[in-house]
Ligand binder design. Structure first.
Ligand code: HEC
Length: 125
């Protein structure tokens, strides 16, 4: 009886874990899809791609550069709104990002920046 009970409990726990994992993955996918749609709406994807440098730097490279920097989110939001140049010259040959203020509101831009900062080490997908 004990054995059976622990089997059942164990199975329940295991499947519980699976459900949590799936839900976490879904939540991340939902956020990712949301952020990607916002970035498209804001016109960012005309110059950027996630894993490749097109006109602007690949967002994964941006994420890697600012890992572990607590102020990165605010800093990037400000630079995107005001425009940026000179920071990625080695890979963009001196191209500039014009001010993007008005392309997205602060809440939307915050979601896009969170997404960008989450990309370090991600597999291409
Ligand atoms: C006209 C092309 C263009 C558009 C549109 C554009 N970017 Fe950029 N972006 C660039 C270029 C070029 C750079 C590199 C600037 C530099 O060297 O400082 C850049 C840099 C960045 C960086 C890195 C800034 C830093 O401080 O390292 C981020 C983050 C970024 N862009 C996000 C965005 C987001 C989000 C949008 C949409 C709201 C957007 N960009 C729209 C061209 C663009």
């Amino acid at each position: 009886m004990r054995f059976l009970l622990s089997m059942i409990l164990g199975a329940a726990l295991l499947s519980g874990c699976d459900i949590n994992e799936t839900m976490r993955a879904k939540a991340k996918d939902g956020k990712t899809a949301d952020a990607r749609a916002l970035a498209a709406k804001g016109g960012c994807m005309g110059c950027h791609a996630v894993f490749n440098t097109v006109y602007g730097p690949a967002w994964q490279l941006v994420s890697e550069r600012y890992q572990g920097m607590p102020q990165a989110r605010d800093m990037l939001m400000e630079r995107i709104n005001k425009g940026s140049y000179g920071r990625w010259d080695q890979i963009t040959e001196g191209k500039r990002m014009p001010p993007q203020k008005g392309a997205l509101n602060d809440e939307e831009l915050g979601k896009v920046v969170d997404y960008i900062l989450s990309l370090a080490g991600d597999e291409r997908s």
